[in-house]
Write a protein that binds this ligand. Structure first.
Ligand code: GLN
Ligand code: ZN
Length: 782
C-alpha cells in the first residue's frame, strides 16, 4: 500500500528555458516546425522521466503547451474565430500561433499582436490566469458557436507518454471553467449556454483517451473557488453528470485550486466524479469539512504543498495536520499533491549554485516539492520513523529559518510599531496642495512621459557587459550618463514639460529596487512563464525589508542638474514590488507591503530633499492583487491603498506625487484609485479610445489625470490629429484643468525611431489643445 502522489502539472519551459529559445527561433524563421516540435517532445519526455524518477505516481500529460493551455483547449474544441481563416480539420501550427501572437499583414511593420491593414490579424486577447502572473489567451465565442474535436493533442500526448513507458493522467481544462474564461463576441450571449454543444467534444476526448488506455483524467475547474451564481453551479452539475457517465471505467479527478471552495464545497463534493482536489494551502480549514462530508467512495487529493510559492514546507507540522484526515479516509481514498500545478514555481533549487546557502536551505522549487510529497507519502504509510532523516532536516530548516537573524530586523520592527495613521495623510487635501504646487509653473495640459526611454541594443549590451565584468563601473556609469544626458537634452528640445531621466540604469522596474533593498534575493534560473515564450524571474522576499541607502537619488539629481525644467523622480510602488515577487509566507502580505512602503517613503523623502519635486510611484499591479472572492476585495484594497499612501505622504504639499497604472478596468477599483490621493495619475487609455475614463467621470475623480494618448504597444506613430481627438474625447469626460498629456506606459520596448516622432506629435497635440481652449480659459478666469 502506498499513497499516490500527483503534481497536477509541471513547469514546461525547460530548466534552461529551452522552449523559449526554440519558439523564438521558430518565429524568427530560423527553425522549422519539425525542429520546434522535436524540442517540445524532448521537454515532455524529460518532464515525465523526472517525475517518474522522483516518485510521482499520477504523472500529468497534456499539461505541456507550446504557448498556453487555454489556447490549446480552444484548438482542441475547435473554437477558432473566423478571422484566423481556419477551414476545419486539424488546426495548423501557423493558425495556432496566429491566435497567440497575431499575424502580420504584408504592409505591416511587424508588430506582434497588432493589425494595421495589409491583411494582418490581431492576436486573441490575453489576460491573467486567476490571481497569478500567468496570462492566458481568452477564448472568443459567438452565438451558435459550433465545437468539434480539432486537435487530438490530449490523446496524442497520452500516447506519446505510453510509448516512452509512462502511464499518465491527462489534464484538461474543465468545460465550465473553459467557458467562463471566454468572452462572448455577441451581445447578450452567455457562454455557459454553449455547454450542451461543447460536452460532446469532451465526451469524444474521454472515449479516445479510454481507448488509448487512460484510467484517470484530471479536469481543472478552478472556477469552483470563485463566487458562482446558480447558473454556473447548474452548469457544473450538468457537465459532470454527462461526463462521468460517458465512459464507465474512466475516473475523473476534478481539480480546484487558488483558494477554498467556500459555499461551493458541497456542490463540488456532490459532483459525480471519482475524485476532488482541494487547495489546502490557501484554505487549510476545508480539509476537515471535506473529510466529514465526502461520500464513502470519493478520493480526495490533498493539495498540501504550496504550488504558488517557493518555500520549503514544515513536514512534521503538515503530518500533524493530515494524519487524522488520512486515517479517517483510509489510504486508498487519498492522493497527495501540491495546492495547484507546479507550473507556477521554478524547476530546481539545485540549479542555484550562486545562491546564498542559508537562504537556499529554506527553498523548495518543483523538484524539491515533489520530494516533500514523497516524504509525506512514506511517512503516512510506513510511519514517520521511515523518513526520520528527511523530517529532521525539514524541522531543522524550519527552525533555522524562524530564528534567523537574516529575517528579523529590530529596526524594521520598531518602525512598524511606530506607524501612525497620520503618516498616510498628506499635509492638506488635494485642493490646497494644488495651489501649493503652482510654483512648478506648468502650462495647461502639461506633457510628460511614464518614465522609461528605449532600452536599445546598446543599453542592454552595456548592462550585460558590465554584469560580466567586461566593462568597469566607471565606463558603465559614463555610458549611462551619456544616455541620460541625451534623453534630457532631447526632451527639452521637443518641449516636454515634465522630464524623466529615462531609466537606462534599470534592468526591470521591480528587480532594480529589490536588488538595493534588504530582505530581497534573486535567483539565476528561477524562471516562471508569464505568457508564451515570455518568462520572468520573480525576486524572493525572504526577510524584513529595509533600505540600506538611497536607491535613485543620484540619477535623479544628475538628470535634474542638466535642466531647468522639472525632472520627475521614478519609483516602483509597494504593492507592485510585492505582487511581482515570491513573498515570505511567515508574515502577512499586508505587513510585508508596509515594510516596502516604509523603505520607499524614505526614498521619496530623499528625492524631495535632493530637489526632485515631482515624484512618480508606479503601481501597475494594484488591480491584479485583487482577491478572487468578492468578500475579500475591500480588505485588500484598503491595505493596498494605505501602503501606497504610506510611501507617498511624507512630502510637502508643494511636492507633486504622481502614480501610474496600466491595465484596462477601473470600474470596480475606482474608489481605491481615488483613495490613493495621488496629485496626478497616468493611465493606459489609448486603445480603449478614452472609454476607461468613464469610470473616472462617474466617480467624479477630483485630482489630475493623464490618460494615455499614445499606444506604446504598437510601433505605429500616432498623428497629431489622432492624439488631439483623443484629448478632445478626454475633455468630454474630465475637466480641462485636470488633464495631462502622456503616453500609455513606459517606452522601453520601443525604438527611438518610433518614439521620437510620436512624442513630437504628442507635444504638438497638447499645444493645439492649448490654442483651441485659450479663449475659453480667459473667459473663465475673467
Ligand atoms: N516607469 C515604468 C516605465 O516607464 C512604468 C512601467 C509600467 O507601468 N509597467 O517603464
Ligand atoms: Zn504602464
Amino acid at each position: 500500500m502506498s499513497i499516490p502522489i500527483s503534481t497536477l502539472g509541471t513547469p514546461r519551459i525547460g530548466p534552461r528555458r529551452e522552449l523559449k529559445t526554440a519558439l523564438e527561433a521558430h518565429w524568427a524563421g530560423r527553425q522549422n516546425e519539425t525542429a520546434l516540435l522535436a524540442t517540445a517532445a524532448q521537454l515532455r519526455a524529460s518532464n515525465w522521466a523526472r517525475q517518474s524518477l522522483l516518485g510521482v505516481t499520477h504523472i500529468p500529460s497534456n499539461d505541456f503547451s507550446l504557448y498556453d493551455q487555454v489556447l490549446d483547449m480552444s484548438a482542441v474544441v475547435g473554437a477558432i474565430p473566423s478571422q484566423y481563416g481556419w477551414e476545419g480539420g486539424s488546426v495548423p501550427l501557423s493558425t495556432y500561433f496566429a491566435m497567440a501572437r497575431g499575424r502580420r499583414g504584408h504592409d505591416d511593420r511587424g508588430h506582434e499582436g497588432c493589425c494595421h491593414g495589409g491583411g494582418g490579424v490581431p492576436a486573441l486577447e490575453m489576460t491573467k490566469w486567476f490571481d497569478t502572473n500567468y496570462h492566458y489567451m481568452v477564448p472568443e465565442f459567438r452565438r451558435g458557436q459550433a465545437f468539434e474535436l480539432a486537435s487530438a493533442k490530449p490523446i496524442d500526448e497520452f500516447r506519446e507518454a505510453v510509448a516512452l513507458g509512462f502511464h499518465t493522467h491527462p489534464v484538461l481544462i474543465g468545460p465550465v471553467t473553459y467557458l467562463l474564461l471566454g468572452k462572448s463576441k455577441d451581445e447578450g450571449l452567455d457562454p455557459l449556454t454553449l455547454l450542451p454543444g461543447l460536452l460532446p467534444v469532451y465526451a469524444e476526448i474521454l472515449h479516445r483517451l479510454a481507448a488509448a488506455g487512460a484510467d484517470w483524467v484530471q479536469f481543472d475547474e478552478p472556477c469552483l473557488v470563485l463566487d458562482l451564481d446558480e447558473n454556473a453551479r447548474a452548469a457544473l452539475r450538468h457537465a459532470y453528470g454527462v461526463l462521468s457517465s460517458t465512459v464507465s471505467d474512466l475516473k475523473i479527478m476534478i481539480a480546484t485550486y487558488f483558494g477554498g471552495l467556500g459555499y461551493n464545497l458541497d456542490l463540488a463534493l456532490d459532483l459525480p466524479s471519482a475524485g476532488l482536489h482541494l487547495d489546502l494551502v490557501r484554505a487549510p480549514s476545508q480539509l476537515g469539512q471535506a473529510v466529514a462530508r465526502a461520500s464513502a467512495d470519493k478520493v480526495l487529493s490533498l493539495g498540501v504543498i504550496d504550488g504558488r510559492n517557493v518555500w520549503r514546507s514544515n513536514l512534521t507540522a503538515l503530518l500533524d495536520r493530515i494524519e487524522p484526515a488520512v486515517a479517517a479516509l483510509g489510504p486508498h481514498r487519498v492522493v497527495l499533491a501540491p495546492s495547484c500545478s507546479l507550473f507556477h514555481v521554478p524547476y530546481d533549487v539545485e540549479a542555484e549554485r550562486a545562491f546564498d546557502p542559508e537562504l537556499r536551505s529554506w527553498l523548495a522549487f518543483a523538484v524539491q516539492k515533489i520530494g516533500e510529497l514523497k516524504t509525506l507519502s512514506t511517512a503516512l504509510v510506513d510511519g514517520r520513523r521511515a523518513v526520520a532523516d528527511e523530517l529532521a532536516q525539514s524541522d531543522a530548516a524550519a527552525a533555522a529559518r524562524r530564528a534567523s537573524a537574516r529575517i528579523h530586523d529590530a529596526g524594521v520592527a520598531a518602525r512598524m510599531d511606530g506607524l501612525t495613521p497620520a503618516m498616510s495623510e498628506r499635509q492638506h487635501p488635494y485642493t490646497l496642495r494644488r495651489r501649493a504646487q503652482e510654483w512648478l509653473g506648468l502650462p495647461q495640459f502639461p506633457t510628460t512621459t511614464i518614465g522609461s526611454f528605449p532600452q536599445t541594443g546598446a543599453v542592454r549590451k552595456a548592462r550585460a557587459d558590465h554584469a560580466k565584468g567586461w566593462i568597469d563601473d566607471a565606463d558603465y556609469q559614463r555610458f549611462l550618463r551619456q544616455e541620460t544626458t541625451q534623453a534630457i537634452t532631447w526632451q527639452e528640445e521637443i518641449g516636454l514639460d515634465v522630464l524623466v531621466h529615462g531609466e537606462f540604469e534599470r534592468n526591470d522596474m521591480v528587480q532594480y529596487f529589490g536588488e538595493q533593498l534588504a530582505g530581497y534575493a534573486f535567483t539565476q534560473h528561477g524562471w516562471v512563464q508569464s505568457y508564451g515564450s515570455r518568462c520572468v524571474r520573480p525576486p524572493i522576499i525572504y526577510g524584513d525589508v529595509s533600505r540600506p541607502r538611497a536607491m535613485t537619488v543620484e540619477w535623479a539629481r544628475f538628470a535634474q542638474s542638466l535642466t531647468k525644467r522639472p525632472v520627475k523622480g521614478m519609483l516602483t510602488g509597494p504593492v507592485t514590488m510585492l505582487q511581482w515577487s515570491f513573498v515570505r509566507d511567515d508574515l502577512e502580505r499586508e505587513q510585508v507591503c508596509r515594510q516596502i512602503a516604509l523603505a520607499l517613503r524614505d526614498e521619496v523623502g530623499d528625492l524631495e530633499r535632493a530637489g526632485i519635486r515631482i515624484i512618480q510611484i508606479d503601481e501597475p499591479a494594484i488591480r491584479e492583487g485583487l482577491p478572487l472572492r468578492h468578500a475579500e476585495k475591500e480588505a485588500y484594497l484598503t491595505w493596498a491603498v494605505a501602503c501606497f499612501r504610506l510611501a507617498a505622504s511624507g512630502v510637502d504639499d508643494a511636492t507633486q506625487i504622481h502614480t501610474h497604472m496600466c491595465y484596462s478596468e477601473f470600474n470596480d477599483i475606482i474608489h481605491a484609485v481615488g483613495g490613493l490621493d495621488a496629485d496626478v495619475i497616468s493611465i493606459e487609455t489609448a486603445r480603449s479610445k478614452m472609454e476607461l475614463l468613464d469610470a473616472f467621470r462617474a466617480y467624479r475623480y477630483p485630482n489630475e489625470i493623464g490618460p494615455g494618448v499614445y499606444d506604446i504597444h504598437s510601433p505605429r506613430c500616432p498623428t497629431v490629429a489622432e492624439m488631439r481627438d483623443l484629448l478632445a474625447k478626454a475633455r468630454e469626460r474630465i475637466a480641462g484643468d485636470q488633464l495631462w498629456v502622456n503616453p500609455d506606459c513606459g517606452l522601453k520596448t520601443r525604438s527611438w525611431d518610433e518614439v521620437r516622432p510620436a512624442l513630437v506629435n504628442m507635444v504638438a497635440a497638447a499645444r493645439k489643445l492649448r490654442e483651441e481652449t485659450a479663449p475659453a480659459r480667459v473667459a473663465a478666469s475673467a
